[in-house]
Design a protein around this ligand. Structure first.
Ligand SMILES: Nc1ncnc2c1ncn2[C@@H]1O[C@H](COP(=O)(O)OP(=O)(O)OP(=O)(O)O)[C@@H](O)[C@H]1O
Length: 249
């Protein structure tokens, strides 16, 4: 579903991503973990070309994004939703308007907005919050609105950049539940960047460990979060074996 081939990205002489190749399968919930500055967010943003790679190719759902520009790229991006740690809602727009922004950008006729916005808000359990403003919502509710906005154009992929890092443990579990149901009920492939082992263990089927802009390893996680070692990266296995631990990678 997502294939990166020898992708590199530098910022002013700093090599943030160094020739990374990976493949994410259709229907997976896939994690990216690593220490601060390892390149996790940059790697995620390369998957929808929010960051343009200096070298290498990015393919999503059979489409080579790295060969596209302008309108064609904007259209391809509509099948890739994204959510962020700080939600990125527009403060002076209502919940309804925040979700409808996605439909406006996709040039969906206005007459079709209401039913689609309501459907997406129902999916995340916020159908009664249409007229509220972001400041009137809890962190978890804000993230639900951001998820509804990301779902509005029926994406095939949802990219999540530290989606629960601003939330308390209970709200984190709720949001992970929403992401799981998007994956199961809607068949959306999900990629989650997180520095929290608990998040990765509880929801992901595979995880790539990033270190210094490179893939350190890719691990399969069994149901219930037990590591099934494709190989034996000591650091990662140590982290996985820490029970109920919230320590940062
Ligand atoms: N736009 C940019 N301009 C310059 N340097 C950047 C830019 N974006 C990222 N970097 C640098 O690239 C490296 C990787 O950043 P990235 O945000 O991908 O790491 P990360 O693993 O997500 O870290 P964190 O967990 O702290 O968010 C860092 O050293 C960062 O300072």
């Amino acid at each position: 579903m997502i294939t990166l081939h020898n992708v590199s990205k530098s910022f002013i002489q700093f090599d943030a991503i160094k020739s990374v190749s990976l493949t994410i399968k259709r229907g997976e919930i896939y994690g990216i973990i690593g220490a601060s500055g390892a390149g996790k967010s940059t790697l995620l943003r390369l998957m929808n070309l929010l960051e343009v790679p200096d070298k290498g190719t990015v393919e999503v759902d059979g489409q080579a994004l790295t060969n596209m520009k302008g309108k064609q790229l904007r259209q391809a991006r509509q099948s890739i939703g994204m959510i962020f740690q700080h939600f990125n809602l527009v403060a002076n727009k209502t919940v309804y308007e925040n979700v409808a922004v996605s439909l406006q950008l996709a040039k969906i006729p206005r007459k079709d907005h209401r039913s689609r916005v309501e459907e997406c808000l129902r999916f995340v359990g916020l159908e009664d919050y249409l007229d509220k403003y972001p400041a009137q919502l809890s962190g978890g509710q804000k993230q639900r609105v951001a998820i509804a906005r990301a779902l509005a154009n029926n994406p095939k992929v949802l990219l999540c950049d530290e989606p629960t890092s601003s939330l308390d443990p209970n709200t984190t579990a709720e949001i992970l539940g929403v992401l799981e149901s998007i994956n199961k009920r809607l068949g959306v492939t999900i990629v989650i960047v997180s520095h929290e082992m608990e998040v990765i263990k509880s929801i992901c089927q595979r995880v790539t460990v990033m270190a210094n802009g490179e893939v350190y390893d890719t691990i399969t996680i069994e149901p219930k979060g037990v590591a099934m070692k494709d190989s034996n990266p000591k650091w990662f296995v140590e982290q996985l074996s820490k029970d109920g631990d919230n320590s940062h990678a």
